[in-house]
Design a protein around this ligand. Structure first.
Ligand code: GLN
Length: 536
């Protein structure tokens, strides 16, 4: 079977949940035994989101191969359970960079390099490339932004051309739109959707499937009206009502038979493909998710807590670990800059676990160090991720090793005790984009450690995104006072995991376990942490 393509556009408004829709559709098609990959096409000029502030863009998701990508890739991995890569996230910046590099190399010699055809051709090549490197039945390509945005135009032209070249049996266009409810009129309104589809038509794209976000159910007359004015079959008008959780969406779509419509259009009638989706495990997971036996309050201490997407993979990792352990986790978001020695106890007194989040820059750093100390002294389960681990090391060095001026050189360049320092190969780097220690590195786990009990494996691979490290020249001061470095990278000798054996659950990790949690496989560090917090 040739790879089939589903192009997903969005209309009327941003934040309709295109990423969740794509992830859910992907899951649904996989439950028919198809091999699916999902790709995000982002129209901004940054080569990748790695240089953007989380307030601008939300979390940066890091893939196994070390690409800094859009947070939607996190949803794709969590829903589908398999890895994405650099090829799953394309940006206008990356497309232009490649075209300009080719121009400089003389590959277009004699020609004027233009948006049409050169940029469009590059976008098309990126979309198709995924199918050249992997055996895939379906590729879902999510076009970022909203139809009508100037910057999305080349992407719409690229999918128009691909759809024309491939034909409707191989390429399908989906439009995710909003049907607002006007309380004053007491009605759901279809006009914005009609306009949005007209705009899409003006670019030469007729949607095959209309997915309608709405706060209220779409009654049959309304569906017929939408179908009639937007030129789609009535059964291709899909309702996407607000769901109890994002993990309910694949089931919502399955109930409406979206997968059948798609299989029909793609003429996938192969007997080897089950006619009904196998969503048994998914349904059980959703049931567990909605019927927790316990509730536990855990603090998430970070400096981007007011942005709901800044710690997406962490918050979803908690949800997935909670479903596995039957615990409902109430996250108490704490702005690290607000924490002081004086108010720490009052702010954190009713939490059963504390997570200190990753981050960059000095704002809120003393609050994180104070929090790590508070969890250590009060025996509260503590998970420090990346900067969270670094803060725990600073607090331990200051309090327990007599190194009062211990710090990270990220915040205090001339600290006499740089317990966290820049890696040697980072010292020569000036460029900020894509130059951190990124992606998967091995971590060898000491057999007699809590980390070993949690992983039950001697060697694991985890994803990274950092420049600074535990300083191996100072490490022995911490070890002498009872800290255990239970995870080490075998090639470089760099610290990956630190733990405190005298504490019930105190673990810091230099890597990001949150990037590896999936629905089928919540990360063991999160499940263990949640279990420890829930049993207090
Ligand atoms: N700023 C720290 C470093 O670069 C931590 C990074 C992080 O938390 N992802 O090492």
């Amino acid at each position: 079977m040739d790879t089939k393509f589903i192009f997903v556009t969005g209309g009327v408004s941003s934040s309709l949940g295109k990423g969740i829709f794509c992830a859910s559709l992907g899951r649904l098609l996989e439950s028919h035994g198809l091999r699916v990959s999902i790709q995000k096409l982002d129209p901004y000029i940054n080569v990748d989101p790695g240089t953007m502030n989380p307030y601008e863009h939300g979390e940066v998701f890091v893939t196994h191969d070390g690409a800094e990508t859009d947070l939607d890739l996190g949803h794709y991995e969590r829903f589908l359970g398999h890895k994405t890569s650099q090829a799953n996230n394309v940006t206008t910046g990356r497309v232009y960079q490649e075209v300009i590099e080719k121009e400089r190399a003389g590959q277009y010699l004699g020609k004027t390099v233009q948006v049409v055809p050169h940029i469009i051709d590059e976008i098309k090549a990126w979309i198709v490339r995924l199918s050249e490197t992997q055996q895939l039945d379906v590729i879902i390509s999510e076009i970022g932004g909203t139809v009508g945005d100037i910057e999305s135009l080349p992407y719409l032209e690229a999918i128009r051309q691909l759809r024309y070249e491939m034909g409707s049996a191989n390429a399908l266009v989906t439009h995710l739109t909003l049907i607002p409810y006007l309380a004053a009129a007491g009605e759901l309104k279809t006009k914005p959707t009609q306009h949005s589809v007209k705009m899409l038509l003006s670019y030469g794209l007729q949607p095959d499937l209309l997915v309608c976000r709405s706060e209220r159910p779409l009654h049959s007359e309304l569906r017929e009206k939408i179908a009639h004015f937007c030129n789609v079959e009535t059964r291709a008008v899909i309702e996407a009502a607000d769901a109890k959780s994002i993990y309910d969406v694949p089931l919502q779509l399955a109930q409406q038979g979206v997968q059948k419509l798609i299989l029909e259009q793609f003429q996938i009638t192969d007997q080897s493909i089950p006619s009904e989706p196998d969503l048994k495990e998914w349904t059980q997971f959703v049931k567990r998710l909605h019927a927790p036996e316990k509730r536990v309050r855990i603090a998430l201490v970070g400096k981007y807590v007011t942005h709901q997407d800044a710690y997406k993979s962490i918050t979803e990792s908690f949800i997935l670990a909670g479903a596995k352990t039957s615990v409902d986790i109430e996250l108490h978001y704490v702005e690290s800059g607000d924490i002081t020695e004086d108010n720490c106890e009052a702010v954190l007194q009713d939490v059963k676990g504390i997570l200190v989040a990753p981050g960059f820059g000095s704002r809120g750093i003393e609050g994180k160090i104070t929090t790590a100390r508070f969890a250590r002294v009060h025996n509260i389960p503590f998970l420090g991720i990346c900067l969270g681990l670094q803060c725990a090391m600073i607090s331990f060095a200051r309090d327990c090793c007599g190194l009062e001026e211990a710090h990270s050189t990220e915040f205090c360049a001339d600290s006499p005790w740089p317990v966290i320092d820049l890696m040697e190969d980072q010292k020569k780097i000036d460029n900020k984009g894509g130059t951190m220690r990124l992606g998967a590195y091995d971590c060898k786990i000491a057999q007699d450690s809590q980390a070993y009990l949690i992983y039950n494996q001697p060697l694991v691979t985890e994803r990274h995104r950092h420049r600074y490290e535990v300083n191996n020249a100072i490490r022995h001061h911490l070890e002498n006072q009872g800290l255990k470095f239970s995870g080490i990278n075998p090639e470089s000798g760099l610290v990956e995991i630190a733990e405190l054996p005298s504490h019930p659950w105190y673990i810091g990790v230099q890597f990001h376990p949150e990037y590896r949690s999936t629905v089928g496989n919540p990360h063991p560090l999160f499940t263990s942490f949640v279990t420890a917090a829930a049993s207090r």
